[in-house]
Design a protein around this ligand. Sequence first.
Ligand SMILES: *[C@@H]1O[C@H](CO)[C@@H](O)[C@H](O)[C@H]1NC(C)=O
Ligand SMILES: *[C@@H]1O[C@H](CO)[C@@H](O)[C@H](O)[C@H]1NC(C)=O
Ligand SMILES: *[C@@H]1O[C@H](CO)[C@@H](O)[C@H](O)[C@H]1NC(C)=O
Ligand SMILES: *[C@@H]1O[C@H](CO)[C@@H](O)[C@H](O)[C@H]1NC(C)=O
Ligand SMILES: *[C@@H]1O[C@H](CO)[C@@H](O)[C@H](O)[C@H]1NC(C)=O
Ligand SMILES: *[C@@H]1O[C@H](CO)[C@@H](O)[C@H](O)[C@H]1NC(C)=O
Ligand SMILES: *[C@@H]1O[C@H](CO)[C@@H](O)[C@H](O)[C@H]1NC(C)=O
Ligand SMILES: *[C@@H]1O[C@H](CO)[C@@H](O)[C@H](O)[C@H]1NC(C)=O
Ligand SMILES: CC(=O)N[C@H]1CO[C@H](CO)[C@@H](O)[C@@H]1O
Length: 812
Amino acid sequence: MADFLLLRVAENPSFHVGVAVAGLSLFVLTVFGLAFLDFPPFTKLYDTVDAYARFCWACFMKPHAKGSKNQQDALENFYKAQASVYDKTRGMLLHGREDLLGLVASQLKNKALNGRKPIWVDMGEYVEVPNFFKTVYLVDLSTSLCEVAEKRFEALGWSNVKVICQDARAFNLSNYEEAETPKAAEKRMYGDGSSTGEHEGADLITMSYALSMIPEFYPVIDSLTSLLSINGIIGVVDFYVQSEVDFQSRNYTGGVLDRHCTWLSRTFWRTWFEIDRVNLEAARRDYLEYRFGTILTVNERNHSFGVRIPYYIWVGCSKERGSTEKRLAEIDAAATESPFLSALDLQTGTAVHHHECRSKAYESAIVNLTHQLPLPASWYQNHHWRIYYDDSLEKHKQFKDEYIYAFTWEDSRVDARLLNVQADDVVLAITSAGDNILSFAAAKPRRIHAVDLNPAQNHLLELKIAAFSTLSYSDVWKLFGEGKHEDFRELLVHKLSPHMSSLAFQYWLHEGPKAFKRGLYYTGGSRHALQLAKWLFRAFGMRNEVKALCEAQTLNEQREIWNRSLRKVLLNRTLSRLIVGKEKWLWKALGVPTNQRALIVQDFANQDDAVDDNGSSTKASESGHAIWEYAVNTLDPVINTSLLSEDNSYYLLCLQGHYSRKCHPEYLTPKAHIKLSHPNAFDGLRIHTDELHEVITRMSPGTLTIAVVMDSMDWFDPAGTAAAEQVAALNHSLKMKGRVLLRSAGLAPWYIRVFEEHGFQAKRVAARLPGTCIDRVNMYASTWICTKVSEWTDKKAMQKDGMGKPMTPLEI
Ligand SMILES: *[C@@H]1O[C@H](CO)[C@@H](O)[C@H](O)[C@H]1NC(C)=O
Ligand SMILES: *[C@@H]1O[C@H](CO)[C@@H](O)[C@H](O)[C@H]1NC(C)=O
Ligand SMILES: *[C@@H]1O[C@H](CO)[C@@H](O)[C@H](O)[C@H]1NC(C)=O
Ligand SMILES: *[C@@H]1O[C@H](CO)[C@@H](O)[C@H](O)[C@H]1NC(C)=O
Ligand SMILES: *[C@@H]1O[C@H](CO)[C@@H](O)[C@H](O)[C@H]1NC(C)=O
Ligand SMILES: *[C@@H]1O[C@H](CO)[C@@H](O)[C@H](O)[C@H]1NC(C)=O
Ligand SMILES: *[C@@H]1O[C@H](CO)[C@@H](O)[C@H](O)[C@H]1NC(C)=O
Ligand SMILES: *[C@@H]1O[C@H](CO)[C@@H](O)[C@H](O)[C@H]1NC(C)=O
Ligand SMILES: CC(=O)N[C@H]1CO[C@H](CO)[C@@H](O)[C@@H]1O
């Protein structure tokens, strides 16, 4: 019988629809019922109930006028009943709109408009911040909404807002704006040739939840491209559903974090919105992205009703903006230290090289242009710090969107002393958490190339730079000194966003609010080390001892506290064997890979006075012992020689999870803030997301003067050729007398020989012998500076004609 019944249900469409509508209505009522909880004042309750009732009626229950094929009629029908309550209800649903306005406003503020007031065209929604603008046009097809809007603006006395009740496709700014000056017309010539309006174009176009309601969206989007001025911004927020296959192979979308919707979500929301004639078809968003260049994009879900409606916020610009061959080459040159940049440098009298190196970003841009596609989002950013990389590659995805280091584990003071960075230096350094990059930036070298394979490490650096570019000292201190900020999301949307790449913005919108609530330094892989320490101290009842250690005023006091309690926990042999010696943990928490561990074990084996319980030692316990010994040599001298509460921010951070006003890295001083918040402080910075080797082989030869590779060479396999290749590439890209600064967990790492074979002079500038410190971190056994010395006068070079003629670039 059940089968039979089901069959009948399926055959009877009106019954089917009836069930669906009943189900949906129940759902909607529940959802809005829950929403009332947000409105405690009871005086408001009646209004709210009324508003929602009308909204629900119009949205979900009121039958559409029969036989009406016309969208204006449909919209009219849809909005008439609820036009007056539109704001209230939509405000709840359409949360993303505020974010969108925040994003576009910060973009506009960041732009120099030459004292001219911008023109804003808003398609199908209300406006709230018009004082900033010369004229605001509100274009909407629904006459009831237009009426409401007009009344409202009259009441508010906003005379610069013009409400135009028209099909968005037919809106032509020339009919409303006066003719532009000849100069502006000339400027426009560089823009889209097809746009022939006499106006200069709108500086801002926004569409909130309108695109999905427009049946013929292709012509509307086309008309927008000619409506937008060449330097204008377009912002769209709308519901969407998309599957991975829709956007998988594209590299101009500005990142796909959270973009994929599950099958259930896709099916459910598409059907749900169809009842309203709201169409969530994937092509709407895709076509938008195809016709414009993407500046920022995010995918969000609103959880407030216990359901997750997917919506996106997208900020774009004219596809042509910044995509002339000249501009591409210019930006690219800075990434590779190639001629174009040198042409700029001519003014400052720097030499020019006569051949070309191209970055991968440039190549991808050219490929894209030949296919008429927009450029990857990084080309449309306000700053060209971050260089395009393909985030879909496995080598980037392996990090699972997590950085390993939330703080840099290298003593910046020692680096500064050893390297003494000058104004004409070109520095290449591993990004890590970016702290050292900021220290270098404060010394104002000509250029800094920050390199990291892990995209998240570079996102962290971008966040720091954006913070210095726009935030006050107190906010910067909260973010990176205390690691906590209660308004992180606000800051990100309203202040930091114009200074970030789309990928970094997405990342921080997703991760930031959580991270800065819990504490930045308890995020990333390094949190495991911090958490373990915290957990141990708690388990052993030593939290007060930790506190005392962090506050100790003299070295003697500090030594005593260490010796009487903490040392027994941290440098516990048993513990070391159980946990710290484990390979997986070393990698995850401390970033110590196998090859580096081998160096430590090797040094330990070489020690003549290595005391060990002979006979019973297996290989594993030996390596555990080596690590223990290494930890003793690291920690004991640190405690013995540097006062944590005043001078050693590195260990202070590890023990308490944040810096103190008295003790913090140099880049967090007010003095550094003045330097780093200078408008041009980061002009010379380029952030590469790739292997070190990939980056240096694409550098113009003889351009780098300093390369800081940290301990990354330790990671190479002594049996492989990777180290030799990297050293050859370094030799190739370094200037004569250029220096490589490196640290190693070994006292005499095997690859120093490789440097010497490639014409470097290697010098160990610090060695950590038992009981001594090489720097405040003291984590590595030795520090080396390898200087490129093989002169042109050597035999091979003598045979070549002339001095100073550049080498041919390496095969790429
Ligand atoms: C969802 O929307 C409501 C109402 O606009 C807003 O208060 C809430 O913060 C939003 N939630 C999320 C997760 O965006
Ligand atoms: C806009 O109107 C002007 C004159 O009013 C006309 O020359 C121009 O072609 C129109 N533009 C578009 C895109 O229709
Ligand atoms: C970018 O996308 C285009 C078109 O799909 C493709 O031809 C090109 O190789 C891509 N570029 C990169 C660097 O992946
Ligand atoms: C550390 O404490 C031990 C006893 O637990 C003592 O023998 C040793 O001398 C102390 N070392 C220092 C440097 O205070
Ligand atoms: C290591 O920890 C264990 C367990 O708490 C303890 O019994 C032992 O004394 C510690 N060892 C040292 C050398 O402090
Ligand atoms: C270790 O034990 C072996 C024999 O088992 C002995 O020959 C060797 O001298 C011992 N080494 C040390 C350092 O005690
Ligand atoms: C290193 O580079 C210099 C030129 O900058 C070159 O003369 C020398 O042969 C290179 N050394 C090796 C081993 O390739
Ligand atoms: C601590 O440092 C002092 C000199 O500053 C030195 O004499 C002493 O031996 C060191 N103690 C340890 C345990 O390394
Ligand atoms: C605008 C632009 O740079 N277009 C270029 C796209 O790529 C082709 C092939 O490299 C060039 O010839 C175009 O000039």
